[in-house]
Design a protein around this ligand. Structure first.
Ligand SMILES: *Cc1c(COP(=O)(O)O)cnc(C)c1O
Length: 235
């Protein structure tokens, strides 16, 4: 195993250990919390190394970069998620190409993903990204508008809402982020009752705050820096 692989293995194991103990501490099963390795701005080779180490779930934030990586890494059993902000003109490149899209935050985007998923003869699983911090958060739908979006989504058979995602405005301050995670879970519980549906997935927690996120109910944690090291912003 090359040196970079050993490094990645060490990071992976220490993250997994912290994830598992957070889950167990709060009476959850370790298998209920999945690690999404956020590989944006990281080399395709690193993704390959991680696949060899058993990591198969990867998240990307930029459409072109994501599709390039998918092309380079076919037949490796990778499950790709799209987690970045999504402009409407990119929706058609995303629908049907990712197992889960985490960042749907408008009726327009929901309708476009529905349309392109239908055209590709598939159903696109999505999460609705919720903004719980008012003006501090630029992306995400505000709480007030969430029921309207859920109602509209119920009528679109090209998409299926399987849960919610949030990104608190304070990174790397785990305890400051905790109330947002708690609020997303409570909001999910209320929406399940209101719509008589199940929304099992909660995508919340990143490098700096995944422990409280898991304690508050995260099923998917999105971790980049802690796994790969700092991102190289020049490509
Ligand atoms: C980049 C990114 C992450 C990963 O952030 P780290 O702090 O590096 O773990 C998680 N979620 C989203 C939506 C991102 O864009």
């Amino acid at each position: 195993m090359d040196q970079r692989s050993s490094e990645l293995r060490e990071n992976l194991e220490s993250i997994r250990a912290e994830m598992d103990s957070a889950a167990v501490r709060t009476g959850r099963k370790t298998s209920d919390v999945r690690l999404l390795a956020v590989s944006k701005f990281h080399a395709t080779q690193d993704v390959e190394r991680l696949v060899r180490l058993g990591q198969t779930l990867f998240g990307e934030s930029y459409v072109q970069e994501a599709l390039d990586k998918q092309d380079a890494l076919t037949d490796k059993g990778i499950e790709w998620h799209y987690i970045g902000g999504l402009q409407s003109n990119k929706a058609r490149f995303v629908a049907g190409k990712f197992r889960l899209v985490h960042s749907v935050d408008s009726p327009k985007l929901a309708r476009l993903l529905h349309k392109y998923a239908r055209a590709a003869d598939t159903v696109q699983d999505i999460l609705l990204q919720v903004s719980l911090a008012g003006e501090l958060q630029k992306s995400g739908i505000v709480e007030d508008q969430l029921p309207g979006l859920l109602e509209e989504a119920q009528g679109l058979d090209g998409i299926r809402v399987v849960g919610f995602m949030t990104m608190p405005p304070f990174f790397d301050e785990p305890e400051v982020a905790r109330p947002y995670f708690c609020r997303l879970r409570e909001l999910r519980d209320r929406m399940e009752i209101r719509f008589g549906e199940k929304y099992p997935e909660l995508s919340m927690g990143m490098t700096g705050d995944f422990v409280p996120a898991i304690e508050e109910g995260a099923t998917l944690v999105r971790i980049g820096t802690r796994l790969f090291g700092p991102r190289q912003y020049t490509k």
